[in-house]
Design a protein around this ligand. Structure first.
Ligand code: SER
Length: 312
């Protein structure tokens, strides 16, 4: 079997940093090329400066490394996208077109593209949100992700492109910082709990959202990409779930380790975004089709996050 050459686009982002490390452990340092619009702070392996909107440069990188698989993670997230909607649309869509078209032309063989719970909107059922349901997102980010999902399925059906996708919930990890999401509070809260024993949340106490610990997200992502093609029956994007909680509940989980921890609330524009999203997700298709199974819950994640952050 030919060796896979994997390109991670957006390798300096919250998912990219951790996914690149994990892919290198599995597939070998020389088979995973990191790329981003800016140079990494620490030089740790094959890297290319790459703006995914620059089609010529993209094809140059594909050719130079003989890339077979792409993980396309470059995007503007929900909160930043609301501040710069035109650029968010251009980046999120143009990047996807460039990569899907390369796959259509046979230049690359397999594509991973992340979608999000942001594809759902205020008219979607909030509890145990099904795979197939009302989808009327009211954020630019969500609109771009839903359009992207439709494009992925279209490219699979019309042109046989092997594209795979997950609708991520909020992602929480200690190795990388989130940037511009509505679920970012659930990462910041751990840092502040250790530093200041206090946190002011930009979402109110009752805002329940679906979340996932990064090791589970990596396992889901690579698990889906490594699944046999015939098991990947959904080519728009799969619902996956880890856990669900609100700011009050995560604060309570932290207090089991840091009893003095205090939380207060000062909701901003991100509250409306969060209020438009599901509270919990039904992921039975991912479990059934390719064996998805999360490992972490709020308690085990909190223990692991705090232990690792204290060590840093
Ligand atoms: N975590 C993302 C955000 O908050 C959702 O995909 O924007």
């Amino acid at each position: 079997m030919a060796t896979e050459k994997i390109l991670v686009i957006g390798s300096q982002g919250q998912i990219g940093l951790e996914l690149t490390q994990e892919l290198r452990t599995i597939f070998g340092e020389n088979n995973v090329i990191a790329s981003d619009v800016k140079l990494p702070e620490i030089d740790n392996g094959l890297f290319e400066i790459l703006d995914v909107m620059d089609k010529n440069r993209l094809n140059e990188v594909f050719k130079k490394h003989g890339v077979t698989q792409v993980y396309l993670l470059a995007a503007l997230l929900s909160a930043t996208a609301e501040k710069n909607p035109r650029f968010a649309w251009d980046l999120n869509m143009e990047g996807l077109f460039n990569v899907l078209n390369a796959a259509k032309e046979g230049i690359i063989k397999k594509v991973y593209w992340p979608s999000s719970i942001a594809v759902f909107g205020p008219t979607t059922p909030k509890q145990q949100t099904p795979q197939y349901t009302v989808m009327e997102p009211n954020t630019i980010y969500g609109i771009s992700k839903l359009a992207g999902e439709r494009y992925c399925e279209y490219y699979h059906q019309k042109f046989g492109v092997d594209v795979r996708s997950i609708r991520y919930p909020g992602l929480i990890g200690y190795k990388s910082a989130p940037g511009g999401g509505t679920t970012d509070y659930a990462v910041h809260i751990y840092h502040e709990a250790i530093k200041n024993k206090a946190y002011t949340s930009f979402l109110n106490a009752e805002t329940e959202l679906p979340m996932m610990y990064m090791p589970d997200a990596l396992q889901a992502t690579i698990g889906l990409m490594e699944a046999a093609a015939d098991k990947v029956k959904i080519r728009s994007s799969y619902n996956v779930a880890g856990m669900s909680f609100n700011p009050e509940q995560i604060a309570a989980a932290i207090r089991k380790h840091i009893p003095e921890f205090k939380i207060d609330y000062n909701p901003d524009f991100r509250q409306a975004i969060a209020d438009s999203w599901p509270q919990s997700i039904n992921d039975s298709f991912a479990k059934e089709h390719w064996g998805w199974q999360p490992k972490f819950n709020l308690e085990t994640m909190t223990e692991d996050m705090l232990n690792n952050l204290k060590g840093h």
